[in-house]
Structures are given as structure tokens and as C-alpha cells.
Ligand binder design. Structure first.
Ligand code: ZN
Length: 271
């Protein structure tokens, strides 16, 4: 190899490593903030809460989103997402019935159709909410797609349970303007949560998990659980009796999300 070729190859090598290092840094940045690099459409798309240039078809024209409720009363709303499914939903319903605890089930429309027998005539004092048709990320859908998905699920839930959902919980708690628009069209409130089960932190320790949740609940808490999912979620479900007894010992009353919303202090009163 000539001196010149060696020099070039060394320079080339340095250049390549610089490019590689730069690429790695760019890659890291791109992974963390890729969403900043995407230019969202001005109208339509997942972020826009308006569609078209005609009058907006948005039900009452107002929308509420709630994470928890402002109240001094010791009320808590227990919620279960992603069902129904035959594995655990009946067990959860049995536990709730035994303890006379009303809860709110955010149902997945396709599963409601598939497992109608699991929930039909079994919902008693419970409330139902809409958790989308197939648990896709609705923050990636435009307003028409989000509406189609949620209304399909809405109809399935109404058909099978005989109840019209007035609450929507978007999968993953993800939402853009399109989901707000779709929820308004369906005259539903958006319900997130202020506390969630932490099954991964208490493997095989239902009592420990229950103590943790009992200690963290505050008046007006909307508590997120799941009656479907990976096996480790059973920690929360197996500890449900402990959780119920522990919260009742602290003076708490279990209510559905809508009852909790009705008991809340309005923003005007708190301001
Ligand atoms: Zn979910």
C-alpha cells in the first residue's frame, strides 16, 4: 500500500467513524423525539380537533376530560380496562358481587361481541365505558377514523349490555384532537385515571400490593386496573378483597365513575 493510499484510508476511516458517531447521536435523538420531526397536517390528522369547513357535528359542543374528582368525601372509583374475557372477568365480577362493590368496566368492543356471555346480565350495579373497538392507539387516527372506531365499540357495548356508554377511556391514555372530536360527537366524557395498579412491583404479593394501593388512594381517586392481560396482573386481582376491605377500613365508599363525577365539586366552586 502506498503512503498516499494509507493516508487516505486513515482519513477515510476517521470520516467513517465520525459519521457513525454522528449517526448514533442522531439516532438517539431521533428515537427520543421522532415525533417532533413530523409535520402535522394543519387540518385533519390525529392532532386536529376540528374537521372540514362546515359546522362541526360535536354533540352538545362541549367535552369534559377527568383524571380524578375534587371532593372531600372518601369516595373512590375502581375501574377495569381491556375486557371482557372469560379468564378473569367472571372472577372479578364474583369478587365485586361478594363485597357489593360497584365498579366501572372500560370495555373493548370487539371483545364484547366475542365474549358477550361474560358480561350479558352480569353487570348489576356496575357502569360500562368505551375502551375502543380493538385497543388500537387512537392517537394515530384522524377524527373520522377515531369516530368510526369508538362508535363501532359504542354500538357493540350498547347492544350486548343494554347500556349506553357515557364514558370513553382511550387506549394507553393516548389522545389527540381527533379523539376529543370523536368523544364529543358521541356525547361522552373522556376518563383517564389518577392512580393505577402497580403489579410489576409486587410479584406474588397480593397483600403487599393491596396495602400499597390502599395507602395511595385519596378522596376522588379514579383507580385503574385490568381484568385482562399478562399473568402478573393477577396480583392486583387476587388482592382485590384485601384492597376493598382496606379501603373500607379507611372509610372509603366505592362508587362508579359517573357517581363520582356527580359528587365532585365543580371547578367554579374550587376556584
Ligand atoms: Zn387498555
Amino acid at each position: 500500500m502506498s503512503e498516499g493510499a494509507r493516508r487516505w484510508s486513515r482519513r477515510d476511516l476517521l470520516r467513517r467513524s465520525a459519521l457513525l458517531a454522528g449517526g448514533a447521536v442522531f439516532g438517539a435523538v431521533a428515537t427520543e423525539t421522532w415525533w417532533r420531526t413530523r409535520r402535522l397536517p394543519i387540518g385533519g390528522g390525529p392532532a386536529s380537533a376540528t374537521v372540514g369547513n362546515r359546522i362541526q357535528d360535536v354533540g352538545s359542543g362541549a367535552l369534559t376530560a377527568v383524571w380524578s374528582v375534587a371532593t372531600e368525601r372518601p369516595l373512590v372509583a375502581l375501574t377495569f380496562d381491556d375486557g371482557p374475557a372469560p379468564q378473569w372477568t367472571p372472577m372479578v365480577l364474583d369478587t365485586l358481587a361478594r363485597h357489593q362493590v360497584p365498579a366501572t368496566f372500560f370495555l373493548v368492543g370487539a371483545k364484547v361481541r366475542k365474549h358477550a356471555d361474560v358480561v350479558r346480565d352480569r353487570l348489576g350495579e356496575h357502569e360500562v365505558g368505551n375502551h375502543s373497538w380493538a385497543h388500537h392507539d387512537l392517537a394515530q387516527r384522524d377524527a373520522a377514523e377515531a369516530y368510526d372506531d369508538l362508535s363501532r365499540s359504542h354500538d357493540a357495548i350498547a347492544d350486548v349490555t343494554g347500556r349506553t356508554p357515557r364514558l370513553i377511556r382511550p387506549p394507553y391514555g393516548h389522545m389527540g384532537g381527533a379523539v376529543l372530536h370523536a368523544a364529543a360527537r358521541l356525547n361522552c366524557r373522556l376518563v383517564l385515571w389518577s392512580l393505577q395498579m402497580v403489579e410489576g412491583q409486587y410479584p406474588d404479593d397480593p397483600a403487599g400490593h393491596a396495602r400499597r394501593i390502599v395507602g395511595d388512594v385519596r378522596p376522588g381517586t379514579i383507580l385503574l386496573g385490568h381484568d385482562v392481560g399478562p399473568r402478573n396482573r393477577l396480583v392486583a386481582l387476587n388482592g382485590l378483597p384485601d384492597m376493598i376491605n382496606g379501603l373500607r377500613d379507611r372509610g372509603y365508599t366505592f362508587v362508579t365513575v359517573s357517581t363520582l363525577l356527580g359528587a365532585g365539586v365543580s371547578p367554579a366552586q374550587t376556584g
